[in-house]
Write a protein that binds this ligand. Structure first.
Ligand code: UD1
Length: 422
């Protein structure tokens, strides 16, 4: 298995291109199932999760062409041969559940394997199912699969999500576009990826209002058409790379994205003493002198501080002045990076959903293990400022969500390389 070796090498300087958002692309791709006309996505990220979604759509009989080295995806779902998302693919990636709403809305039946648990928590899909039931679907859980039916088509309805869920909002939103009548979806997620999905669906002919607020109204239409849509910038990749100069010192301009995608996170960086500037090409972070100050963080649904940046923020807090309290409210087991950072000399006490991090002067390089996607990149960030060599194992997690991390960071002067497995 590949490893990434990082050696602390002083301040960074340069620019990093920000790719299209993985999480947006993973919900935009299943939208192809809603129409027999082609859907083209530009600015797609080149990641293993995107290849997994491509394989899933192809297993249903959709055509997915990856052009321009994977940056453009041209999809068409006119002749689907199956409406069953198999366990073998779904178990690799939880976002596979996002084919359920579109299949059901267009064909009136679908079978999708239940994703099961994952490293960062139990992550059930009950909200996806309850929302689809509200639109008139009949669901039966058998043999580890959801067997969903809506023979006469879905019907618009009012549904209030008991808990804010990004994936469930996406699934039910896609399904509602082809339901008969009006759906009023309340307490929906407001993440930029939801806004991007609504924009794409509107380009395809859907009638949607309210995305970005907590209520979305969808007037169902008889059919959707094709569209070309650029994937929104990846705010988590943006936040991750803004942390690189915060941790190692120096100045990095992220090209692509904007501050409003990560406002709560940018505010915390500023509070910690990092200079954040919106430029005409993206967002720049600079940290030239003085020590980073400890700040407290609580993860929240958008527009709050994103759970997907909590691990990386913890890496910054490891060498901050003072003690910071990081509270994780979205997932119940999302501190697996803490013991690995501790191996590098960090002082972290975890108790339930709270981590107390007391800054040390400097971390020391060590062999560490990536346990999930965001945890892996937090270890790389920590390695940028550590004394000596940090060897990150199990980097396949990283490849699910970050395009060529070693090239992007080394272009800014970091000493980082991938050791390929023989
Ligand atoms: C998405 C993102 C993920 C991010 C998360 C929260 C994708 C592909 N992934 O995941 O990177 O960390 O949003 O911002 O977009 N829940 C239920 N029942 C459900 C669904 C969710 O109880 O049916 C719970 C989850 O266990 C979790 C919380 O709701 O505690 C939020 O999860 P959700 O917003 O659904 O996350 P995902 O869509 O899976």
């Amino acid at each position: 298995m590949d490893q990434i070796v990082v050696t602390g090498n002083g301040p960074l300087k340069g620019e990093i291109p920000i790719a299209g958002a993985k999480n947006a692309c993973l919900t935009l791709m299943p939208a192809t199932l809603l129409t027999d006309a082609p859907l083209t996505l530009t600015n797609a990220p080149r990641l293993s999760d995107i290849k997994t979604m491509k394989a899933l759509l192809e297993s249903l009989g959709a055509e997915v062409q990856a052009l321009q080295d994977g940056k453009v995806l041209v999809m068409a779902s006119h002749d689907l041969t199956s409406r069953r998302a198999d366990y073998d693919i779904v178990r690799k990636m939880r976002a596979s559940i996002l084919v359920l709403g579109p299949l059901l809305a267009r064909y009136g039946d679908a079978e999708v394997s239940l994703p099961g648990g994952c490293a960062i928590g139990a992550r059930p899909v009950d909200l996806h199912l309850r929302g689809l039931e509200a639109l008139g679907a009949t669901l039966d859980l058998r043999d580890g699969y959801v067997h969903a039916k809506a023979p006469g088509g879905l019907k618009g309805a009012e549904f209030e999500f008991p808990l804010v869920s990004v994936g469930a909002t996406e699934n039910v939103l896609m399904a509602a576009t082809l339901a008969k009548g009006t759906s009023v979806l309340k307490n929906v997620a407001r993440e930029p990826e939801i806004v991007d999905l609504a924009r794409c669906l509107r380009r395809m002919g859907a009638d949607i209002e309210g995305e970005g607020t907590d209520t979305i109204v969808v007037h169902g239409v008889a059919a959707l058409g094709g569209a070309t849509h650029p994937v929104v910038a990846d705010r988590i990749e943006l936040g991750t790379y803004l942390l690189a100069p915060a941790i190692a010192g120096g100045e990095v301009e992220c090209v692509g994205g904007s501050r409003d995608l990560i406002a709560a996170f940018a505010d915390k960086l500023e509070e910690a003493g990092v200079e954040i500037t919106q430029t005409n090409r993206g967002v720049k972070a600079a940290h030239k002198t003085g020590r980073i100050k400890a700040v407290d963080v609580t993860t929240q649904p958008f527009p709050g501080f994103p759970t997907d940046l909590q691990a990386q923020m913890m890496a910054l807090m490891c060498t901050a002045e003072g003690t910071s309290v990081l509270e994780e409210t979205i997932f119940e087991n999302r501190f697996m990076h803490a013991p690995e950072l501790t191996r590098m000399g960090a002082r972290i006490e975890v108790s339930g959903g709270t981590a107390r991090v007391t800054g040390v002067d400097r971390l020391k390089g060590a062999p560490v293990m990536a346990t999930d996607l965001r945890a892996s990149v937090s270890l790389i960030l920590a390695g940028l400022a550590a004394e000596g060599e940090t060897v990150v194992n199990r980097v396949y997690h990283l490849d699910r969500g970050y395009e060529s991390v070693e090239d992007k960071l080394s272009a800014c002067g970091a000493r980082i390389e991938r050791m390929r497995a023989a």
